[in-house]
Write a protein that binds this ligand. Structure first.
Ligand SMILES: Cc1cc2nc3c(=O)[nH]c(=O)nc-3n(C[C@H](O)[C@H](O)[C@H](O)COP(=O)(O)OP(=O)(O)OC[C@H]3O[C@@H](n4cnc5c(N)ncnc54)[C@H](O)[C@@H]3O)c2cc1C
Length: 402
């Protein structure tokens, strides 16, 4: 989204633009497909968080997509028991204690590990910790910056796009000239402009927007010659990507006996957490979510282990006979994906300000864009969108001065 938004602005200013994309599709972490389950299925981003302030809401509507309020009921399970009545209040209290602690630290300008503000959570407090950490950021609370979380926008208006948010981003990018299957391996900026080395040759330009995830840069997926300035290099290391994966199962009609859009949250006997969106938009899908350390463990163990976890969650709620009726399954592996190496950027404790390190251009000709480089919409598609626009405008301002 960051690269596409930048390209849009540059094209509107009549600049000559080439978008170099490693994958054989556009959209990056926004990707909808309908082959696996026969219905639109987002591998990555799905929610329009803070939809009333989110620029993607009007982009989606403008492209003719329906945007729906998240309408489902919450269902809380402790092991195999429905404890919605009793646990709902406990979960709410835990969440409110945690968010208040983040708020107080943020207002005082304290940039500390969130884990220290909510130490050793037990019972439903563990779920509250996961909602804020593992499930939202893909990272455990002790590896998250309090100031960074406090700076992020949260209006409470959550919406979904039945046709898929990845499809919205693809629609936004339609018509933008993109060279697919063209990974950039090196960026040389020792001369007057930039030289981008790819497997398909070198591209020369006056300037470049680098819109790849920080984890790709940190892993050396794109070399810079000369090296990037130290503060920027340090910021890339301080903004790693947390891991969120989806483990989705489909069933024959009638097996998932619950209203469409039911949000299942479970504390399991094996100590793991179970989380799923059941029957979104009336489909027969159980879209399971795993984040943080659990996501890392399952991604390492492989697809079978992830599906076994998701089936165990469904078995606890609907019985093992029902869980045995899986018609199809899909497991994402965003951590192993060389073009993302994770799901959403997080700031390490004490390093919330790293998100500002890309506020200045490198050598007056290289701008960085992407969800990592913004404070209020960090980790989200709108963050990618805003930073893409900002990067293009900064480069255009330099070109106008010349
Ligand atoms: C499972 C999951 C759930 C999520 N849920 C939400 C959500 O509900 N709401 C929300 O707002 N956000 C969510 N996100 C985060 C959201 O997807 C990202 O914030 C956003 O898509 C990032 O956009 P971007 O342009 O910064 O980066 P990307 O989308 O990662 O784009 C970077 C692009 O660079 C390309 N690239 C990488 N390396 C190279 C290279 N060497 N050469 C050329 N091209 C390269 C990639 O292929 C990609 O197209 C989720 C992410 C995941 C994975």
């Amino acid at each position: 989204m960051a690269g596409l938004a930048a390209a849009r602005i540059l094209l509107e200013a009549d600049a000559r633009v080439t978008v170099l994309e490693a994958r054989d599709r556009i959209g990056g972490r926004a990707f909808t497909e309908r082959t696996t389950f026969g219905v639109p299925y987002d591998h990555g981003v799905a929610w329009l968080h803070s939809a009333d302030a989110n620029p993607l809401t009007s982009i989606a509507v403008g492209l003719g997509f329906a945007v729906e309020e998240q309408y489902g009921v919450s269902w809380l399970f402790q092991d195999k028991r429905d404890v919605t009545e009793t646990a709902g209040q406990l979960l709410g209290l835990g969440l409110s204690r945690l968010l208040t602690a983040i708020e107080l630290a943020g207002e005082a300008g304290r940039d500390v590990a969130v884990g220290g503000l909510f130490a050793n959570p037990e019972g439903w407090d563990r779920k509250a910790a996961a909602i804020v950490g593992a499930l939202d950021c893909g990272e455990e609370l002790d590896r998250l910056s309090s100031l960074d979380l406090w700076r992020q926008i949260e209006t409470g208006d959550e919406r979904l796009v039945p046709q898929g948010l990845g499809a919205v981003v693809a629609g936004f990018g339609a018509g933008i000239p993109v060279e697919l299957g063209t990974p950039v391996t090196a960026v040389r900026w020792d001369g007057p402009g930039v030289r981008l080395e790819t497997a398909r040759g070198t591209v020369e330009a006056d300037s470049a927007v680098i819109a790849v995830p920080t984890a790709v840069l940190a892993a050396g997926g794109m070399r810079f010659a000369p090296d990037l300035p130290t503060p920027l290099g340090q910021a890339i290391a301080d903004l790693p990507l947390g891991l969120l994966n989806k483990v989705t199962l489909s069933f024959p009609p009638g097996v998932l006996d619950c209203p469409p859009g039911t949000e299942l949250a479970q504390l399991r006997a094996d100590g793991r957490l179970g989380d799923a969106l059941l029957r979104p938009f009336g489909t027969e899908l159980a879209v399971g979510f795993v984040g943080g350390d659990l996501a890392r463990t399952l991604e390492k163990e492989g697809e079978k282990a992830a599906v076994a976890h998701a089936r165990a969650v469904i078995a606890d709620v609907f019985g093992s006979a029902a869980a045995g009726k899986v018609a199809a399954s899909h497991v994402t592996a965003w951590g192993a994906d060389p073009w993302s190496r994770g799901s959403v950027s997080v700031a390490r404790p004490g390093r919330a300000d790293a998100r500002r390190a890309a506020d200045t251009l490198v050598g007056d000709r290289i701008a960085f864009a992407g969800e990592a480089w913004i404070a209020d919409w960090a980790g989200q598609v709108p963050g990618a969108y805003f930073t893409g626009i900002r990067a293009a405008e900064r480069l255009l301002a330099v070109l106008a001065r010349r």
